[in-house]
Design a protein around this ligand. Structure first.
Ligand SMILES: [Zn+2]
Length: 141
């Protein structure tokens, strides 16, 4: 375990993944949970917003590795488009927050590869779909 901190918590893998527990299982979300709040960046807020997006069923696959993030009623009005890209370029989103962070990253003002709640929500959405797809094959009622 080469210096890794292990928690004394053991639990059964959940039968079904959902928006409540995905942050404890999906790698990107787990990494965000470990990061404490920075000056102008709050990873916990990102997780909270992604959860809200999933709870409101806002992520829709539109083909070609692209997803729409629909607005949440009485919360926001804009649909954002997320391009899922596991290459070095990474994922991208049409929201203003992401574009500002990406510019800062590309200009060398930030070491943090940009991510927004919409991208995180898509990552979690895919994780949940994959997880439950597998689970359905194994679990017999
Ligand atoms: Zn975004």
């Amino acid at each position: 375990m080469l210096g890794q901190v292990t928690e004394n918590i053991s639990y059964e893998p959940p039968r079904e993944m959902n928006s409540d527990i995905v942050k404890f299982h999906e790698p990107m979300s787990k990494a965000l949970l470990q990061i404490s709040e920075l000056k102008d960046w709050n990873p916990k807020a990102l997780l909270t917003k992604a959860k809200k997006i999933l709870e409101n069923d806002c992520i829709k696959y539109i083909g070609n590795e692209k997803y729409n993030c629909l607005p949440i009623a009485n919360y926001n009005k804009t649909t954002h488009v997320i391009s899922f890209n596991n290459s070095a370029i990474g994922h991208s989103c049409t929201c203003q927050g992401f574009r500002e962070k990406l510019k800062s990253f590309e200009d060398g003002h930030s070491d943090i590869r940009p991510i927004c709640a919409h991208i995180l929500a898509v990552i979690q959405f895919r994780f949940i779909s994959d997880y439950n797809g597998k689970g359905n094959c194994e679990v017999k009622e």
